[in-house]
Design a protein around this ligand. Structure first.
Ligand code: CO8
Length: 263
């Protein structure tokens, strides 16, 4: 797969996708969005990948947003096409069956914050900055920010960020519940990898079920969500992982999950 603006590697079941346009602080141009979409197809089709990590190249930026030089040229129809392309790629990201961690190592602005928000959770470096600065460009977030941010931190805080366009620090983002952990820039990837490895050792079926039921449950009432959990729980009970996990506990040994999706 030829990629000009993304680095992609898989090691011990953990895939790392690095946005790689450092001269533009990894801003998302149309070509990069297409590459993101294609890379996510590869991830979705590869059963050996247990966890995906997203990060940015260089030490300054995760993704500084959509490429403003491309937005500046858009008329309404082109803007719609660009926004739709971003939504399609980001929906693909959110719908991956495996856990996805954003390792935000600097600016996560506009489309950059919107990508991080579609991951399962975010670890950030101490120098990371989050924001939806579109309002200062006379536009609004166009890759899901008006929808995912209020769902995560509540509508009032989200509106303040969207209306002012101000950046917030990693620590502020953590206090709002956007970021799970803040680490020094030098150790961010080590911490992300440690969590990714811990997750990768868990049973595949249970991980998929847990992710699916949490995400689906957020869009329905509690009673429906609990019913979905019951069904997902029952499905887990048919897996080799459930047999291995419970047997290992009773035999006082560490479970070794084979990573099989077989029931
Ligand atoms: N697009 C294009 N180029 C960018 C972007 C960007 N988003 N961000 C930075 N760059 C480029 C700069 O132009 C500069 O290039 P050059 O060296 O050729 O002049 C280079 O990256 C380095 O940037 P700076 O010199 O500005 O670095 P600073 O450290 O001084 O500032 C900032 C860093 C604060 C991140 C600053 O670059 C900045 O404010 N960038 C723009 C951030 C922004 O507004 N992002 C939101 C973009 S809009 C968006 O994401 C909407 C998504 C939905 C779109 C829907 C489609 C229609």
């Amino acid at each position: 797969m030829e990629l000009n603006h993304i680095l992609f590697q898989i090691e011990e079941g953990i895939a790392t996708l690095t946005f790689n346009r450092p001269k533009a602080l990894n801003a998302l141009n149309g070509e990069l969005l297409e590459e993101l979409s294609r890379t996510l197809d590869v991830v979705a089709a590869n059963e050996d990948i247990r966890v995906l990590i997203l990060t940015g190249s260089g030490d300054k930026s995760f993704v500084a947003g959509a490429d403003i030089s491309e937005i500046a040229k858009c008329n309404a129809l082109q803007g719609k096409i660009f926004s739709t392309k971003g939504h399609e790629a980001i929906n693909k990201l959110q719908c991956l069956a495996i856990p996805v961690i954003a390792a935000v190592n600097g600016f996560a602005l506009g489309g950059g914050s919107e990508i991080a928000l579609a991951c399962d959770f975010i670890y950030a470096s101490e120098n990371a900055k989050f924001g939806l600065p579109e309002i200062t460009l006379g536009i609004i977030p166009g890759f899901g920010g008006t929808q995912r941010l209020p769902r995560l931190i509540g509508s009032n805080m989200a509106k303040e960020m969207i209306f002012t366009g101000k950046m917030i620090s990693a620590i502020e983002a953590q206090s709002l519940g956007m970021v799970n952990r803040v680490a020094p820039a030098e150790t961010l990837m080590t911490e992300v990898l440690a969590t990714a490895k811990a997750i990768a050792q868990k049973g595949k079926v249970a991980l998929r079920a847990a992710k699916q039921v949490v995400d689906a449950g957020l869009n329905v009432d509690l009673k429906t969500g609990c019913r979905m959990e019951v069904d997902a729980f029952a499905l887990c009970m048919t897996s080799e992982d459930a047999k291995e996990g419970t047997t290992a506990f009773l035999e006082k040994r560490k479970a070794v999950f084979k990573g099989s999706l077989a029931g």
